[in-house]
Design a protein around this ligand. Structure first.
Ligand code: BES
Ligand code: ZN
Length: 853
């Protein structure tokens, strides 16, 4: 049923796509900046689109006060309609001029033009430009922008190259046609951290990172990351930068991580500012990746953009894939892969398994901001990886060259994307396309047989129904397999099996004995492998697998199996697991970062889902307790080795956030976390007192809180860092994530009363309420206090910032996993949110989708 009732928010369908009725050649914008009364004058040259099926002229516009409008110089009176205006226009090319007034200072939604700490900035993706002026705000309308900014602020920036500037004004011109979502403007009292880059064809590019005074000492790492990204994209994809200048601006109040506006990337300050004293190793890795990601969008997103928002994965999936390749090259490929799979399972599998499941390319939405999801991003990136595995590296890069040649300057689709692969390889990718169209994570079960030297693997795939999609067709699944002999040597190296049927067998001949299979090496497809393997086989693979991902995966499977036994049957910690992990811990030939990942246990959320998959109702408290018991058992079982590891992996050189040092610190800190369970917090206190970098300081503080010895250090930490917003975010989050589960909701509630708590800053809000939502045992407290607290604050935030509110509603997406008491408590909160007067479209869509399950 496509017709929405008059009150229901309108659903947009991919199948309703129509080309724009009018195209634009040029846009001239003039901004007179003033906090509550910014004037925006636009001069737009329109021409009828020869391919259009209608001559109706509609411009989107929201929260704008129209001062005047003209067509070809003559005043016109447009008709205001829901979400914009219409007007009679000539049938030949014409010039539209308008002046509107907007109020950046009262824009708390952080979409369109808004203010953050006295600085003007914009966020236009996906549909924020319509809050700046009347415009065909859709990505398939691309235009050349010239922008004049009038203000007394010292730094005035927009897209493209600077044209002129003088007292109280600056002009910018972007020669590359772009959709309005890539428009950006910044005005503020900012300091530049400058640098230069010479492209491979010899073009000199000016680079700047602009920050608030006081933050200039936190730019160097981001700048290095930018230059590395520029070099990498030239070397690996042959893509050069295409303007004279590339600017990055750090903004404190930002809904997302960062935004790829042409020539003027805008970053959440948490995703660009870094120093050893204030940022953890994880922060550094993430900052490097985000800078790369936004920079890579210059080709995959900007030069080739999306025809419509259903094609979002065209730019996001591909760009996430590219930034993952970059991180793997800069750091450790196996470590990056393991981290990504952990995140994929935690966020995307969770989403795919619940009420918010949707295809990588959705076919309908109410609010596009709700579809910047783990599925579009992370699963979207997995699809690129699978394509590359299927066609091979050489053809992958050939297809990418063809994509850039053929579609440069286009607003493209997934069909265009797949076509270049078909043209380069001659393959038929129609079955592969199902990955874009079908929601849900395929389950892959395996049977094995061995006879007469032939080993046969038989796989069956099935995908559970997802909202609105009951039937699923089999997909093509690249399954990377290697076979090991009983002595641990590899008898068949990694081979990619291409599964296309619902059930399919693959035979390996000439084997002298039944091998041990290592299946789905490198996590070659985003599926759930259901294999009835025993702990002996898992321990064998953990010891011998040559594929680092599967080696880690074997340890994880072993841990999971033991924990399930502990939760369900009150079993003691599995001695075989403890021995196996101890062997890994001791093995100094293994990368310390890999060992730290192997020591880490599956998350509470992972175990809850595992129990659901096994047909049980998860008890969040029992899961938490099992993890605590196992960690204590690890601490005692490894007692002799842990101090040695802790001492051996102390870094004595000057701090570097590189893979080597951060790997050492992560292993030492994993050891510290275990040691702190048996030494009363003494080692953690010593580390806290001597720490000269945030990685060490924060890890020690976490251990002290866990050991019940954190009060003094928590207070000291605040005194030391109270002037640094990004560090104080960590302080808020850590107290909640490390609180005992029965206290987490109170700790979070108390922190919402702290002088430094504010709803207006998304980072601070997430550090507080997000940290609670991500602590399952605390959030799912049996009396519902966690649910009520989150709902209270979501209801308060919604009128100010619908986008951040809606995103955080996904805390409730797993509610059907839990017992009926908890379900009833959550349902009551969801209903309370839905009953809130004037609830935003964003939050209404999210909560109704969750509630409907
Ligand atoms: N284009 C997005 C930013 C964005 C997201 C704008 C949603 C509007 C709505 C940007 O390229 C992006 O993907 N940013 C990510 C980080 C990235 C490393 C995956 C983000 O902001 O989280
Ligand atoms: Zn992106």
């Amino acid at each position: 049923m496509k017709d929405a009732s008059p009150t229901a928010p309108q659903k947009i369908y991919l199948s309703d796509y129509q080309v724009p009725n009018y195209l634009i050649d040029e846009v001239h914008l003039t901004f007179q900046l003033a906090p509550e009364a910014t004037r925006v004058r636009s001069r737009i040259t329109f021409r009828p689109n020869p391919d259009a099926t209608s001559a109706d002229f509609f411009l989107y516009g929201e929260q704008l006060t129209l001062i005047s409008a003209q067509i070809d110089g003559a005043p016109v009176t447009p008709t205001h309609v829901n979400g914009g205006l219409t007007c009679d226009v000539p049938s030949a090319p014409f010039v539209w001029e308008a002046e509107v007034e907007i109020s950046p200072a009262t824009n708390t939604a952080l979409e369109g033009l808004y203010m953050s700490n006295g600085m003007y900035c914009t966020q236009c993706e996906a549909e924020g430009f319509r809050k700046i002026t009347y415009y065909p705000d859709r990505p398939d309308v691309m235009a050349v922008f010239t922008v004049r900014i009038e203000s007394d602020l010292p730094v005035l920036l927009s897209n493209g190259n600077p044209v002129t500037s003088g007292d109280g004004f600056a002009e910018w011109h972007d020669p590359w046609p772009k959709p309005a979502y890539l428009f950006a403007l910044v005005g503020g009292d900012l300091i530049a951290h400058p640098d230069r880059f010479t492209t491979k064809s010899g073009k000199d590019v000016e680079l700047n990172i602009y920050v608030r005074p006081g933050d200039e000492g936190k730019c160097a790492f981001g700048m290095e990351a930018l230059k590395k990204s520029m070099t990498w994209d030239e070397e690996v994809y042959g893509r050069e930068y295409d303007l004279d200048i590339f600017n990055i601006v750090a903004v404190d109040d930002f809904n997302m991580g960062a935004m790829e506006n042409k020539g003027l990337n805008i970053f959440n300050s948490s995703c660009v500012l870094a120093s050893p004293e204030t940022s953890t190793d994880m922060n550094f890795e993430r900052i490097e990746a985000i800078i790369a990601h936004e920079y890579f969008h210059n080709w995959t997103g900007n030069r080739i953009t999306c025809r419509d928002w259903f094609q979002l994965c065209l730019k996001e999936g591909l760009t996430v894939y590219r930034d993952a390749q970059f991180t793997a090259d800069m750091r450790s490929e196996p470590v990056k892969r393991i981290e990504d799979v952990i995140a994929l399972r935690a966020r995307q599998f969770r989403e795919d398994n619940g009420p918010l499941a949707h295809p990588v390319r959705p076919d309908s939405f109410v609010e596009i901001n709700n579809f910047y999801t783990a599925t579009v991003y992370e699963k979207g990136a997995e699809l690129i990886g699978m394509l590359k595995t299927l066609v091979g590296d050489a053809d992958y890069y050939k297809a990418l060259d063809l994509y850039f040649d053929r579609h440069d300057g286009d607003a493209a689709t997934i069909e265009d994307w797949l076509q270049v692969f078909e043209d380069v390889t001659g393959r038929d990718l129609s079955q592969f396309k199902r990955w874009y169209e079908q929601a849900g994570t395929p389950r892959l079960s395996v049977d094995e047989a061995f006879a007469d030297g032939t080993y046969t693997l038989t796989f069956s795939q099935s995908t559970p129904a997802t909202p609105g999609q009951d039937h699923k067709d089999p997909r093509v699944i690249p399954i990377a397999v290697g076979l090991l002999g009983a002595d641990g040597n590899e008898v068949v190296p990694t081979t990619v099996l291409e599964m296309t049927e619902a059930t399919q067998s693959f035979a390996f001949d000439g084997l002298s004995a039944k091998p041990v299979p290592s299946i789905l090496r490198g996590f070659s497809a985003p599926v759930i492998l259901e294999r009835d393997s025993d702990n002996a086989e898992r321990a064998f693979l953990l010891a011998h697998d040559t594929d680092p991902f599967n080696k880690w995966e074997a340890g994880r499977a072993l841990a999971r199996a033991g924990l399930v036994e502990m939760v369900l049957n009150n079993a003691a910690p599995d001695g075989d697991y403890l021995d196996a992990v101890l062997q890994v811990l001791r093995n100094d030939d293994l990368d310390p970062a890999f060992r730290a990942l192997t020591l880490a246990l599956p998350s509470q959320d992972d175990l809850a889902q595992t129990l659901v998959d096994l047909g049980h109702t998860p008890d969040p408290t029992a899961i938490y307790q099992a993890l605590e018991t196992l960690k204590m058992a690890m601490a005692t079982h490894m007692q002799d080795v842990l101090p040695r590891i802790y001492a051996q992996y102390q870094v004595n050189e000057a701090y570097q956030p590189d893979a080597e040092q951060s790997g050492a610190r992560s292993l030492a800190n994993a050891a510290l976390a275990l040691i702190s369970r048996t030494d009363g917090g003494a080692a953690a206190q010593a580390q806290y007192d001597s720490a000269d970098n945030m990685t060490q300081q924060l890890a020690a503080l976490g251990c002290l809180i866990m050991a019940g010895k954190g009060d003094a250090a928590t207070a000291e930490f605040y005194d030391q860092w109270k002037e640094d917003r990004l560090v104080i975010d960590k302080w808020f989050a850590l107290q909640i994530s490390h609180a005992a589960p029965e206290r987490a909701a109170e700790v979070a509630a108390d922190l919402t009363q702290h002088v430094d708590f504010t709803m207006k800053n998304p980072n601070r809000f997430r550090a507080t309420l997000g940290a609670l939502a991500m602590s399952p045992a605390g959030f799912h407290r049996a009396d519902g206090a966690g649910y009520a607290l989150l709902a209270d604050w979501l209801i308060q935030l919604d009128p100010l910032n619908p986008q951040t509110t809606a995103r955080m509603c996904s805390a409730f997406e797993t509610w059907k996993r839990y017992d009926s008491d908890r379900q009833a408590l959550i349902a009551a909160q969801l209903d309370r949110i839905l009953a809130t007067p004037d609830l935003s479209r964003d939050t209404t869509e999210m909560v109704s989708r969750i509630r409907a399950s």
